[in-house]
Design a protein around this ligand. Structure first.
Ligand code: 26A
Length: 347
């Protein structure tokens, strides 16, 4: 069925190129990294990119969490359904990103800064874990001015739903707030990903300022735990934390907030504002030997989920679409999707 109009989903965050390699304990130790984490690079981390490229046969793969989500949503939706905003340079890495988004038909509107390199993310895979070290580069220079540029703002006004990756709280909270307010004013769904534990811990202020606007909040078990701890909830049970997130104060009372917490191979937890029962949806099975790496699994889930919401599917179906896309993505190298395209089917 053809979409009724173009670019119904608008996404915002940090476009990055992933420099991804299979590593080992010694590599993690060398840079003081945890096996499964996402951090911003400090001075001591900066040599990791060359190290990965020169000594670990690293691959260059399109990344940036919400850009992966946007590619994922576009993978499922009708052509010209998704547009993505963020800051990039004008270099070889940006060209790789533009090629990758073209493959799925994702439209990107980068704020291009020719003087600053495109952001990069070192990804070290060990077993089913991934450790990410990000140098934001040009992504760190996204600004409200770009969002408010008449041609870009027209895309905002035209879109029917917004998805913001929580990593953008490190970059431009005012742009997030602007989208959040627009969503509430026009009664459009505002979907937010918590993105990483450090966002809940160290970017609490802008995160909390946006919370009353969340119609859907998506996270994994680690982010849920970090949220609970940093907000003094005293909760450790994922279902309880989901419930607490769903019941935070909300500005647009025309939509009940939904909190969705993924847990790797464990069931996806879904809590709805005002409802006592918290639902659990088992993930789609996949033989361990078919897993390539889990980098981008959460982004893929969010992509499938957003596609479901934008296409007006019931919540349960949107969760199923997220799980379906995550299952596809972990069989690929990095945050990628299989080609030729597979068509979503309920399972
Ligand atoms: C601000 N930070 C740390 C980040 C990221 C990020 N995307 C945006 N901002 N750190 C890692 N990523 C992306 O997460 C994906 C996997 O979920 C990586 O680029 C990777 O593709």
């Amino acid at each position: 069925m053809a979409a009724t109009k173009d670019y119904r989903l608008l996404c915002l965050e940090n476009p990055l190129l992933d420099i991804q390699a299979f590593g080992d304990e010694a590599l993690l130790e060398k840079y003081g990294l945890k096996p499964n984490d996402a951090i911003l690079a400090e001075e001591k981390h900066l040599p990791i990119y060359e190290d990965l490229l020169n000594n670990y046969d690293a691959k260059l793969i399109a990344g940036g969490a919400a850009q992966n989500t946007a590619r994922g949503a576009q993978y499922i939706l009708a052509p010209n359904s998704v547009v993505y905003l963020g800051g990039a340079g004008d270099d070889k890495y940006a060209a790789i990103l533009r090629d990758a988004v073209k493959q799925v038909g994702l439209r990107v509107e980068y704020r291009v800064d020719p003087k600053i390199p495109t952001g990069r993310c070192g990804v070290v895979i060990t077993g089913h874990n991934r450790s990410m070290v990000t140098e934001l580069g040009a992504a760190n220079h996204y600004d409200l001015e770009h969002l408010k540029r008449p041609d870009i703002w027209a895309l905002v006004e035209n879109a029917e739903a917004y998805y913001v990756g929580g990593y953008h709280f490190t970059v431009c909270p005012p742009a997030i707030q602007e989208l959040a307010k627009q969503a509430a004013e026009k009664n459009k769904p505002f979907i937010l990903s918590l993105s990483a534990p450090f966002i809940c811990q160290f970017f609490k202020e802008p995160l909390d300022a946006s919370a009353p606007y969340w119609d859907y909040v998506i996270g994994n078990e680690g982010e849920a735990a970090a949220y609970s701890e940093s907000h003094g909830l005293g909760l450790t049970d994922v279902k309880e934390i989901a419930k607490a997130l769903a019941n935070l104060p909300k500005i647009n009372t025309q939509r009940k907030r939904v909190a969705i917490i993924t847990q790797g191979t464990e069931p996806t937890v879904v809590a709805i504002q005002g409802e006592d029962e918290v639902k659990e949806y088992p993930v789609h099975e996949l033989a361990k030997e078919l897993i390539n790496d889990t980098n981008g699994a959460g982004d893929a889930f969010a992509g499938g989920f957003c596609a479901g919401i934008v296409d007006g599917h019931p919540l349960e179906e949107a969760v199923n679409m997220g799980q379906w896309l995550a299952r596809l993505s972990i069989q690929e190298l990095g945050p990628s999707y299989p080609f030729p395209k597979q068509a979503y089917s309920r399972q």
